[in-house]
Design a protein around this ligand. Structure first.
Ligand SMILES: [Zn+2]
Length: 72
């Protein structure tokens, strides 16, 4: 599964490559060097600016929630 994604800041296109399931991940734009979030969905991908994604679509927020949900 792969798709073309567009930077939400400068609209530069790039190939997202292989996805690891439906987990969201960060992409560093090669054009403007800013970071954004790509979340694979059934119909393709959803792109969020860093900090604008809902928690369930934010890799760091997900990691924080999972860490706080009793993995000790
Ligand atoms: Zn960019």
């Amino acid at each position: 599964m792969s798709a073309t994604i567009h930077c939400p800041y400068c609209n530069a296109a790039r190939e997202a490559g292989e996805f690891d399931g439906y987990a969201p991940f960060y992409v560093n734009c090669e054009e403007c060097s800013r970071r954004y979030i790509v979340e694979p969905v059934r119909s393709g991908v959803v792109v969020y600016r860093d900090g604008e994604a809902p928690c369930c679509s934010d890799p760091e927020c997900r990691a924080t929630e999972m860490a706080g949900s009793g993995q000790e």
